[in-house]
Design a protein around this ligand. Structure first.
Ligand SMILES: Cc1cc2nc3c(=O)[nH]c(=O)nc-3n(C[C@H](O)[C@H](O)[C@H](O)COP(=O)(O)OP(=O)(O)OC[C@H]3O[C@@H](n4cnc5c(N)ncnc54)[C@H](O)[C@@H]3O)c2cc1C
Length: 401
C-alpha cells in the first residue's frame, strides 16, 4: 500500500499551501511543487471573510495574519450619483463568528505565513518545478515536473492540482471548465490618497449603469496603506493605454468625482471569468481553488472560496490518508464544494455585478430600494451580512451529504 507516499501538491498559492499545512498538521506527508522561482508577490485578492479567518486559526496562521491587516467593521453600496445607498454593519455577526468584520490583507502577505507554518511542521516547497503530466494506477500517482536540472519524476499517493485558473492538472483530467468570460476587463489602480475623508468606508461598491466599481483599503507595505479602486475601462481601448498613469488619473477623477492629483502606486488589468470544472476528481487526482472554480471579485469570494475548498479537501484527505475514512469521502468534498460554488459563489457574484451595473432605471431603482429595505430591517440586515460574509455558504456546504 502506498498511502504513506507523500501527497503531491501542484502550486504554492493559498489553496495549495493550505492543503499542505492541514495535511502536515495531521501527520500526513506532502510535497509542494511551484512553477515560479519564489512565492509570487500577488496583488490579487485582499478581502477576507470571517469563516476564512476561523479556518486559518485551526492551522495557527490567523493570529499573525490579523496582526498585519486592516479590520473592516462596515461596508457600503453607493451610487456614483446618490452617494451612500446602504451601509452594512458587520458587528451584527457577533455570536455567529469570533471575527465579526471583513479583513483586508493582500494575498502576497498570506502565502509566506502559510509557507512558514508548513515548513515549521517539516514540509518543504520546491520552486522552479513546473508540473507537466502524471499517470495514476491503483496504488498512487507518478508526476513529471520540468525543473532547471531537467525532468524530475515524483511518486505520490494523490495528486492535488492547486495550480490556478489555467490548471495543467485540470487539463490533464480533461474536464470541461464550464461557464463564461465577461466582455469587460477590470482595471485596478492603487493610490496613496486617503478616501475616508470623502465618506468611503474601507470597502465600498459603487453602482452605476456605466461607471460601476469597487474600492478597498489595503495595508500593502504598511501604514498608511493603499486604496485600491476598481472599474471597467472602455472595452475598445488597448491594455497599454488603460494601464498608463495618465489614463488612470483621468479615470479616477471621473469615477470618484474628485479632482486629484493622484499619487498612483500601481495599475493592473485583468479578465474576469465565471467557471466551474465539471468534476473536481478523477481517482487519485483532485483539483482545488481557482483550478476548480473562478468568479468575478465583486463580493470577494475567490480567495475565500479557494481556501474554504482547500480546508474541506485537506481535512478529508488527511482522514483518508490516515486510514480513518474510505476514499469515497473525497467524493463528498466534490459534492460539497462544487455544490457550494454553484449555489452561492457563482450565483451571488454574478448577481452582485448585475446589481451594480444595472442600466434599466426602473430595475435599478427596484434593486436599490430593496437593499435599502433590507438594511432598515435588523433581522434582514443580519441575514444579509451572514450571507455576504460567506457564513451561510460554508454552513450550506457542510449540510451536503
Ligand atoms: C484582481 C483580482 C482581485 C481579487 N480579489 C479577491 C478578493 O478580494 N477576495 C477574494 O476572495 N478573491 C479575490 N481574487 C481571487 C483570488 O486571487 C484567487 O481566487 C486565488 O488566488 C486562488 O488561489 P489558488 O491558490 O487557487 O490559485 P493561485 O493563487 O493562482 O495559485 C496557483 C499557483 O500555482 C502555480 N502554478 C501554476 N501552474 C503550475 C504548474 N504547471 N506547475 C507548478 N505550479 C504551477 C502558480 O505559479 C501559483 O503560485 C481576486 C482575483 C483577482 C484577479
Amino acid at each position: 500500500m502506498s498511502e504513506r507516499d507523500p501527497v503531491i501538491i501542484v502550486g504554492a498559492g493559498p489553496a495549495g499551501l493550505a492543503v499542505a499545512t492541514i495535511l502536515a498538521q495531521a501527520g500526513v506527508p506532502s510535497r509542494v511543487f511551484e512553477a515560479e522561482a519564489k512565492l509570487p508577490r500577488d496583488l490579487r485578492a485582499g478581502s477576507i471573510h470571517p469563516p476564512t479567518l476561523e479556518m486559518l486559526d485551526t492551522i495557527g496562521v490567523a493570529k499573525d495574519f490579523l496582526a498585519i491587516g486592516i479590520r473592516v467593521p462596515s461596508w457600503q453600496i453607493r451610487g456614483r450619483e446618490e452617494g451612500v445607498i446602504v451601509e452594512w454593519d458587520l458587528s451584527l455577526l457577533q455570536g455567529e463568528t469570533p471575527y465579526p468584520f471583513r479583513f483586508h490583507c493582500e494575498q502576497f502577505q498570506l502565502t509566506p505565513l502559510l509557507k512558514r507554518r508548513f515548513e515549521a511542521l517539516g514540509g518543504t516547497v520546491q520552486f522552479s518545478h513546473r508540473f507537466i503530466d502524471a499517470t495514476q494506477d491503483a496504488d498512487g500517482v507518478t508526476a513529471r515536473f520540468e525543473t532547471p536540472g531537467g525532468i524530475e519524476t515524483v511518486r505520490g499517493s494523490y495528486l492535488i492540482g492547486a495550480d490556478g485558473a489555467r490548471s495543467a492538472v485540470r487539463h490533464l483530467m480533461n474536464v470541461a471548465f464550464e461557464g463564461f468570460t465577461w466582455p469587460e476587463r477590470f482595471l485596478v489602480i492603487g493610490i496613496r490618497q486617503d478616501l475616508a475623508p470623502h465618506g468611503y468606508t474601507l470597502n465600498a461598491y459603487v453602482a452605476d449603469p456605466v461607471d460601476w466599481g469597487a474600492i478597498f483599503k489595503m495595508p500593502h507595505d504598511g501604514p498608511p496603506g493603499l486604496w485600491r479602486v476598481l472599474f471597467p475601462p472602455d472595452p475598445a481601448l488597448p491594455d497599454e493605454e488603460v494601464l498608463g498613469h495618465d489614463f488612470a488619473a483621468r479615470g479616477l477623477k471621473h469615477f470618484l468625482n474628485l479632482p486629484g492629483p493622484w499619487d498612483i502606486e500601481h495599475t493592473n488589468i485583468y479578465r474576469v471569468h465565471q467557471r466551474v470544472a465539471a468534476d473536481f476528481r478523477q481517482g487519485r487526482t483532485l483539483i482545488v481553488g481557482d483550478a476548480a472554480h473562478v468568479n468575478n471579485p465583486l463580493g470577494a469570494f475567490g480567495l475565500n472560496g479557494a481556501l474554504h475548498a482547500a480546508f474541506n479537501l485537506g481535512e478529508k484527505l488527511a482522514k483518508v490518508a490516515r486510514g480513518e475514512a474510505e476514499d469515497s469521502l473525497l467524493d463528498r468534498y466534490v459534492r460539497q464544494r462544487r455544490g457550494a460554488n454553484v449555489a452561492f459563489v457563482q450565483a451571488q457574484s454574478i448577481r452582485n455585478k448585475q446589481v451594480l451595473e444595472e442600466k434599466d432605471p426602473a430595475v435599478r431603482k427596484h434593486n436599490l430600494d430593496e437593499l435599502r429595505a433590507i438594511a432598515a430591517d435588523p433581522v434582514r440586515h443580519k441575514e444579509y451580512v451572514v450571507r455576504s460574509s460567506m457564513i451561510w455558504s460554508v454552513r450550506h456546504a457542510a449540510s451536503i451529504d
